[in-house]
Design a protein. Structure first.
Length: 534
């Protein structure tokens, strides 16, 4: 029965996952990323060999040996992709497979003919650049991350003025070097002087701008006037650069230990937006980060975004803050709500004279504002009063959480069972040591068995530790509306005959990690498809 229940990943499937481009999904492995990096480095090295042979022809034999090693790696890559392809018969005829094959052929020809004829097929090897097409998503992701990091650091330290100063200095350097060169050639001694050599003029102007004239004075009177102007400009640039560096250091100290602010104009994609700030904020950020293993950015929208203090550095790097009110459509646009994959609305903090109704009204208004930007985005909203759950339920696609209800239940459980709150905390935490709830289809070997026998089976299942706690028979369009935890015969809606597991049932289990035989990936789970059927 275990063979029908537990389906491990085959060797072909494992190799396919490693050879496929890294997508940063929950089921992606580090080995897949390492493989992609190695292949990309080989592609880059193979392309750099072409100009290297022109510049250093004396090392042609060494380059040929490097070419053979790179080609050997491409051959292994091609064989593994062919072996793990879903349709091995058609794979050699696909576009990317043909590119991989053409990238290998030139070296075979060169090996057959000898290194002397290697230059004949040099131009053919340029086709290897097309292998990068397979990794376009990964390269785009890296590029976006680098641009976002650069813009964030520039905004964090307010380095915009420093960049402008260096840009002005660069323009002044280029114009001044050309101007003095032309002046000295036509009005000075064309055969003598520090500016009669074009490229030497650039170096001499750098000395004037940031050090002084010293012995680099022009010979002609107009050239000396131009050098004096550049000298004054250099003094100004030096003062401005010094002041900006001091300002950046002060700004860095002020922002130390706080979240990075989202740079104006930057675009986030497939991120999680948390709107609002209360005592739950940092725990929510920590839980989401651990659940997603830091693969997605988290954006916090709050009026006090400037003062939000960061937690541990590993989480701090993936969290950005945006200052403003979520009721302002411009703030929602700046938060890239249309590109977000999920939105969390935390209940606002109480102000002087506020009631629970006032706080919930603000949360509901923000919820409707988000839905106005994207009506199909999964939203989780926190409410204070249970009275508002009925009216809030008319908003489709929004899951409302009444935090006070959970608090009251935990208090009562703690009174009856001292220390039980630690168990609830472990069950509700996403981390490497905690457990989680998962939904899985009834394995074929358990169809027709009783719920109790299924529990005994899971207790005896040693391959992956898990505990069966319930059965779900909700309709596909309304998940989690007809489920029971630890059902027994007298349970309402679960008679003795209903305790027999049927085809189409789903089991609710507790496990430390996503079961390998589940029909949903972890990437689908956190995107709000926990109990959806295929």
């Amino acid at each position: 029965m275990k063979t029908a229940f537990h389906r491990k990943r085959t060797l072909r499937e494992t190799i396919r996952e490693i050879m496929e481009p890294f997508r940063n999904a929950q089921d992606s492995t580090l080995l897949s990323l390492v493989t992609d990096v190695i292949i990309l480095l080989c592609i880059l090295a193979a392309c750099l060999l072409i100009p290297a042979e022109y510049l250093f022809p004396q090392h042609r034999r060494f380059f040929f040996r490097v070419e053979v090693v790179i080609t050997a790696i491409f051959i292994v890559e091609y064989i593994l992709r062919w072996y793990s392809a879903p349709d091995r018969l058609r794979y050699p005829l696909t576009g990317l497979a043909l590119i991989d094959l053409v990238a290998i052929v030139p070296t075979f020809i060169a090996t057959a003919e000898g290194p002397v004829y290697f230059s004949i097929i040099r131009s053919i090897r340029l086709v290897r650049l097309m292998k990068i097409i397979r990794y376009s998503f990964l390269l785009q992701r890296w590029y976006s991350e680098c641009v976002l990091w650069f813009i964030t650091m520039k905004e964090r330290n307010r380095a915009n003025h420093l960049v402008k100063i260096f840009l002005y200095a660069l323009v002044t350097w280029i114009i001044g070097s050309n101007l003095i060169y032309v002046t000295e050639i036509h009005l000075g001694d064309a055969h003598d002087g520090p500016y009669v050599n074009y490229w030497q003029s650039y170096w001499n102007i750098i000395i004037i701008l940031f050090s002084g004239i010293e012995d680099k004075a022009p010979l002609s009177i107009p050239g000396r006037a131009e050098a004096a102007i550049l000298l004054i400009a250099g003094i100004c640039f030096a003062g401005l650069i010094t002041g900006e560096i001091v300002s950046i250091l002060v700004r860095h100290i002020q922002r130390s230990g706080k979240f990075n602010l989202k740079p104006p104009g930057s675009v986030l994609d497939d991120h999680i937006v948390i709107i609002g700030q209360n005592k739950h904020l940092f725990n929510v950020i920590r839980q989401i980060h651990h659940a997603l293993k830091g693969s997605h950015h988290i954006l916090v929208v709050s009026r006090a975004a400037e003062d939000l203090k960061a937690m541990e550095h590993s989480i701090h790097r993936k969290v950005l803050a945006l200052q403003g009110d979520a009721l302002d459509t411009r703030i929602l646009d700046a938060a890239n709500i249309r590109n977000a994959c999920r939105v969390v609305l935390l209940s606002a903090s109480f102000r002087a004279g506020d009631s629970e109704q006032d706080v919930d009204n603000r949360t509901l208004m923000k919820t409707m504002a988000v839905l106005g930007k994207k009506d199909d985005i999964p939203i989780v909203a926190e409410l204070q009063s249970e009275k508002n759950l009925h009216s809030a339920s008319t908003l489709e696609g929004v899951e409302f959480v009444l935090s006070r209800r959970f608090g009251e239940r935990l208090i009562s459980q703690a009174v009856l069972n001292p220390g039980v709150t630690e168990v609830y905390d472990a069950l509700m935490s996403f981390n490497h040591d905690g457990s989680e709830f998962f939904s899985i289809p009834v394995p074929p070997g358990l169809v027709g068995k009783t719920f109790m026998k299924a529990q005994l089976y899971f207790l005896d299942y040693d391959e992956e530790p898990m505990v069966l706690v319930g059965v779900d028979r909700s309709p596909p369009e309304r998940p989690l509306t007809a489920f029971k935890l630890c059902p027994y015969a007298s349970d309402s809606g679960f008679k003795t005959a209903d305790l027999i597991l049927r085809q189409g049932d789903r089991l609710i289990i507790i496990a430390g990690d996503q079961p390998s035989f589940s029909d949903l990936t972890k990437h689908q789970l956190w995107r709000g498809k926990l109990f959806l059927r295929n």
